[in-house]
Design a protein around this ligand. Structure first.
Ligand SMILES: Cc1ncc(COP(=O)(O)O)c(C=O)c1O
Length: 389
């Protein structure tokens, strides 16, 4: 047989998916596994958003929708960007996609030529580097020091920029660290991007999940940034709609044009009735989001307080998203081994920090988008395991 794609052979599958799968296998054997490996709200999609999809289907909205997004959803996104992010975008600058992952993928495909370098700020979400590689780019990992609370500084960015750098990827609120970029950090990123003529991909998929008064700012709203920013956002996390596969990108017109063309030659569109529900989500009441965020905040506070009592574990108060990035301080073991021990001895599925790049070594990511009783059990099990690691 002839060889298969060398490109795909070189790209590993997602560690998060692997750990979730292992957890599910143990659970299928009847074991009481707590799955904190994934990145998925445990809430059902709010009822009024569900109803909008039922209504759309009942009204016959089951045909190919406009490939780039239905007019009502494009309008809703434009209004949301203006209202919440101070970003002015025309509908032609938008592309509605089946999920945030595809929005990022299609953005990379629209920007990169073979050999272009993509700066990724580590620890970073597991899929950025593989997606850059799948689109013939070269991921350049910029380690953000844990001792500096993963702060972004211009000097650190400058140290990794080269002639070949085309794009800088940022994510705020951040998966996995829970950091929200401050105005100073955004200024540093914007300066470097403008000085070196870089595009910025701003992944804002956790935008509304914020704690203790943290504020999200979109870099696209800053002077000189709209023309070089590809803003990614969607419904999965903020509206508990992971299974609907619905997101969007907002990009400078030339980028949006290519992204739109690529979508027509690949997945065609997001699902029609999901788009109808998406418009209702954006235009409708937002208290459902506030209620979910309040529940995440209670869980976050519970975990931070409880973990502070366990020797061998350190976790910083996070500002956004629904992960704790926890450091194991009394062991030399690598994060992969720690995750394995937590799974085998504690029946807790987690994601090892190394999955997010070298800068994440020594850490393990715990998702707290899960019920309080699971989190209470997690604390009991960690208290038993962590000191003896
Ligand atoms: C940082 C980040 N960006 C994008 C995504 C993709 O979300 P979606 O489910 O909409 O594809 C995720 C999902 O885990 C994520 O954590």
């Amino acid at each position: 047989m002839k060889s298969l794609s060398q490109l795909l052979e070189s790209v590993p599958g997602s560690v998060t998916t692997l750990m979730m799968q292992k957890g599910r296998e143990l659970a299928a054997q009847g074991l009481d596994v707590i799955n904190l490996a994934g990145g998925e709200p445990d809430f059902d999609t709010p009822a009024h958003i569900q109803q909008a999809a039922f209504d759309a289907i009942a009204a016959g909205d089951t045909h190919y929708p406009p490939a780039f997004g239905k007019a009502e959803l494009l309008q809703a996104i434009c209004a949301k960007l203006e209202r919440e992010n101070n970003v002015q975008a025309l509908p032609e600058q938008l592309l509605v996609t089946p999920g945030g992952k595809w929005a990022i993928y299609v953005a990379l495909a629209s920007i990169l030529n073979p050999g272009d370098e993509v700066m990724i700020l580590d620890p970073a979400w597991v899929s950025y580097a593989p997606m850059a590689r799948l689109n013939q780019g070269i991921p350049v990992h910029v380690p953000l020091p844990a001792a500096d609370n993963f702060r972004v500084r211009a000097a650190q960015l400058e140290a990794y920029v080269s002639e070949k750098t085309k794009l800088l990827m940022i994510c705020s609120p951040n998966n996995p660290t829970g950091r929200v970029l401050s105005q100073d950090e955004l200024d540093a990123i914007a300066d470097v991007a403008q000085q070196h003529d870089l595009y910025v991909l701003s992944d804002e998929i956790y935008e509304h999940i914020l704690y203790d008064g943290a504020r999200h700012r979109s870099i696209a709203s800053m002077p000189g940034m709209a023309e070089r920013t590809i803003l990614i956002n969607g419904f999965s996390k903020n509206y508990a709609m992971t299974g609907w596969r619905l997101a969007w990108l907002a990009a400078p017109l030339p980028v949006a044009r290519l992204a739109r063309a690529y979508q027509t030659q690949s997945v065609t569109s997001a699902a029609s009735f999901a788009m109808a529900a998406g418009a209702v989500a954006l235009n409708g009441p937002q208290d459902c989001v506030q209620e979910m965020v309040a529940a995440y905040a209670r869980r976050r506070n519970f975990l931070l307080d409880a973990l502070a009592e366990i020797p061998g574990i350190r976790s910083s108060p996070i500002e956004g998203a629904f992960y704790l990035f926890v450091q194991f301080t009394q062991t030399d073991k690598k994060s992969l081994e720690i995750s394995q021990i937590l799974l085998e001895d504690g029946l807790i599925a987690t994601t090892p920090g190394i999955a997010f790049g070298e800068a994440g070594e020594g850490y393990v990511r715990l998702s707290f988008a899960t019920g309080m009783s699971d989190l209470e059990k997690t604390v009991e099990r960690l208290a038993r395991i962590a000191p003896g690691l």
